[in-house]
Structure formats: structure tokens, C-alpha cells
Design a protein around this ligand. Structure first.
Ligand code: FA5
Length: 352
């Protein structure tokens, strides 16, 4: 009997001392399994003198029942601890794993800023297709056929297998597809379908077949703007664009218009802002001129109104198109546009 009590104590302390479910399973097998210690005890009981056998048998049965119950309790307790992550393998003093946080691409951030500023001024953001017809990309925008103005934007033409042989030469400009070279075609699409007054911005990706360098990519982002109403003049444009530039660059930035040429606007301008890097004193970013070119703009050409089905006698408007990449470069002091597309996380992670 004494020996049995000793074995019982030994097993109980093993059960209580186990601190993982795996360890407990081993203990259970060693003591309560088919070839375990309790089975051995039953064998010994069978060999004991007859008068002691029944009492010893009872005791071993009692020990087995107690042990089975304790094992069950301990197993439940360990399960709860492990589920809560508080098993013995959990060390609360170890530093936690810092999750890798993603962040928005600088161009998405800048686009978002631009959209928010214009939305506050009552412009609605709309989209248009990346693959565009020659009609919307050039013809409707008053680019004369075969005119060198079409060479201004090196175009990526889309291979159209549905047209073959002689058909190829007779495809109409509405069927012929290009990757849009600017966001201006969306002006036409919007004027065709909506009655003025109109106030829209069009953020989007554009494509050009050119050699890349520090300021030129083959695809980049533009943000187009269009406002059409009665009595709109260059003064309205200058007020809106000056307000926009000052909000975007968060300061009192000088703005000037220079005469330029776009087939779809008359008169046309390039808009410059005073260089925020050197405060207009002259530096490498502004080529020592104190001014940085930020966008192209002008008053909507009467032919463009006509091509969109609007009466150019009644309605006037201005349009502008800015390079989102170039604005981001000025804002963050980035000297190579290609960094935006290189996918280098060391560069991208700087923009939180
Ligand atoms: C246009 O694309 C005209 N559609 C803009 C416009 C709209 C004028 C409405 C008048 C009225 P431009 O080709 O200059 O214009 O391009 C506009 C801006 O896109 C440029 O000022 C420049 O910031 C940016 N840009 C042009 N080419 C590239 C390029 N290869 N890589 C990065 N940005 C470019």
C-alpha cells in the first residue's frame, strides 16, 4: 500500500509539473498507457497473495481514476493557456514583431491632393479610357490631319488585328486606336454628353513614344481641367490656377502666363510658378531663371466647342493640363521622374 501511495504521488507531481500538452501526452502514455506503470501495477496485484489482492486492486483502480481525472483537468488548463498564447513558449519580455506597413505611392498622394483642392473649388473628378480613338485624341481637338502639331506628342498606335490588308488604309479616325497621349480627349467626351455650366478635372495615365530621361517617361500622369460657362475669361483661369498653386505648394507663390500654342486652345499659355526651391533667386531646378513651368492651358478653341456640339457664341471656357509627376518632383525635390516607376522600396518608403 505504501509503495502504491508513493507511485501515486510521483505520477501526480509529474502531471502537475508538465507545462505543455505534448509533455502531458508523454506522461499519460508512460503511466496510463497499455504498457504504462498502472498496467504494470495491475500485473503485480495479480501476483499478490490472495487475501491482499482485492484491496490492492481497489487501490490501483482508485489511483488510475484519480490520475485520469487529473490528466483531463491539466489538459484543459494547458489548452486554454496555449490558446491565449500564454503557454510556456510565450515570453512576454521578448520584443514583438513590427508589422510591415505599406504606404501610398507618392504619385497617388499628389493626385489625391490635387483632386481634393479642385473639388473644394467645385470641380468634379471624372475618368476616360486609356485607349482612345484618333478622333478624340487628335481630330476633335482641332489637330489638323497630317499637321506637324500631331508630332508634338509621340504617339503609340495600337495594332488592330481586326483590320487587314487594304482595309488598314481606310480605317476611320473614330475606329483607329491610340494609347492616349494626354487627358484632353476627355474634355470632348464630357462636353458631348453634358450641358454647361461644366467644371471637371480628369486625373489619369497617359502614354508617349519617347526616349526617357530625367524629366520624360513613356507613361506618366496628367490632370486635366475644364470649365465652361457664359462669360468665362482668362481672368477666371488665372484666379483659379493661382489659388490652386498656392494651396498645393502651401505658400505665397508667384504665377505667370507665357504665350504658347496648343491646337485646342486659343489663346494658349504655359503657366510658370516662381521656384519654391530657391524662392525665385535661381537654382538648378529652375535653370537659374527663378521660374518653373508647371502646366499648359488656354481658352477652349471654338472648333473644339463645335466638335463637341456646343455653341461657341454662347459658351466660353478654359482648359488646362498639368503633369502630376512634374508637380510631385517639384514638391518633394526629386530630380528624376524615373524613380517613380522603378519600384525601389528604399525610394518609395520615404513618402509616409
Ligand atoms: C498637353 O498634354 C496638353 N494636353 C495640356 C493642355 C490641356 C493644354 C488643356 C491646354 C489645355 P503637354 O504636352 O505640354 O500638354 O503636357 C502637359 C504636361 O505634362 C507638361 O507640362 C509636363 O508637366 C507633363 N509631361 C509632358 N511630357 C511628359 C513626359 N514625357 N514625362 C513626364 N511628364 C510629361
Amino acid at each position: 500500500m505504501e509503495k502504491l501511495e508513493k507511485v501515486k504521488k510521483e505520477i501526480l507531481s509529474c502531471i502537475e509539473g508538465s507545462d505543455s500538452i505534448d509533455e502531458l501526452r508523454v506522461i499519460k502514455k508512460d503511466y496510463l498507457g497499455k504498457k504504462g506503470k498502472i498496467s504494470e501495477l495491475f500485473k503485480l496485484v495479480a501476483k499478490a497473495p490472495e487475501e491482499e489482492r482485492s484491496e490492492l486492486g481497489k487501490k490501483v483502480n482508485e489511483i488510475r481514476d484519480i490520475l485520469e481525472e487529473r490528466v483531463k483537468k491539466k489538459e484543459n488548463a494547458l489548452k486554454i493557456l496555449e490558446e491565449e498564447g500564454k503557454g510556456s513558449s510565450f515570453d512576454p519580455t521578448l520584443p514583438g514583431e513590427v508589422p510591415v506597413l505599406g504606404n501610398r505611392h507618392p504619385l497617388s498622394r499628389v493626385s489625391g491632393d490635387l483632386i481634393r483642392i479642385f473639388e473644394k473649388m467645385g470641380f468634379s473628378a471624372i475618368e476616360g479610357p486609356d485607349m482612345e480613338s484618333v478622333w478624340y485624341n487628335f481630330d476633335a481637338l482641332n489637330f489638323p490631319e497630317e499637321h506637324p502639331a500631331r508630332e508634338m506628342q509621340d504617339t503609340l498606335f495600337v495594332k488592330q488585328s481586326s483590320f487587314s490588308g487594304s482595309e488598314k488604309h481606310n480605317i476611320s479616325s473614330k475606329e483607329r486606336k491610340v494609347m492616349r497621349t494626354h487627358t484632353s480627349p476627355v474634355q470632348i467626351r464630357h462636353m458631348e454628353e453634358n450641358e454647361p455650366p461644366l467644371r471637371i478635372i480628369v486625373p489619369g495615365r497617359v502614354y508617349r513614344n519617347e526616349t526617357t530621361d530625367a524629366t520624360h517617361e513613356i507613361n506618366f500622369y496628367q490632370l486635366e481641367g475644364l470649365m465652361v460657362d457664359e462669360g468665362i475669361s482668362v481672368a477666371n483661369f488665372k484666379a483659379i490656377i493661382t489659388d490652386f498653386i498656392n494651396q498645393f505648394f502651401k505658400g505665397d507663390v508667384g504665377v505667370r502666363l507665357r504665350p504658347s500654342f496648343f491646337p485646342f486652345t486659343e489663346p494658349s499659355f504655359e503657366v510658370d510658378m516662381s521656384c519654391t526651391v530657391c524662392s525665385g533667386k535661381g537654382c538648378s531646378v529652375c535653370s537659374n531663371t527663378g521660374w518653373v513651368e508647371v502646366l499648359g492651358a488656354g481658352m477652349v478653341h471654338p472648333n473644339v466647342m463645335k466638335n463637341s456640339g456646343l455653341d461657341s457664341e454662347k459658351w466660353q471656357g478654359f482648359a488646362f493640363g498639368m503633369g502630376v509627376d512634374r508637380l510631385a518632383m517639384i514638391k518633394y525635390g526629386i530630380d528624376d521622374v524615373r524613380l517613380f516607376y522603378g519600384g525601389d522600396l528604399r525610394f518609395l518608403k520615404q513618402f509616409y
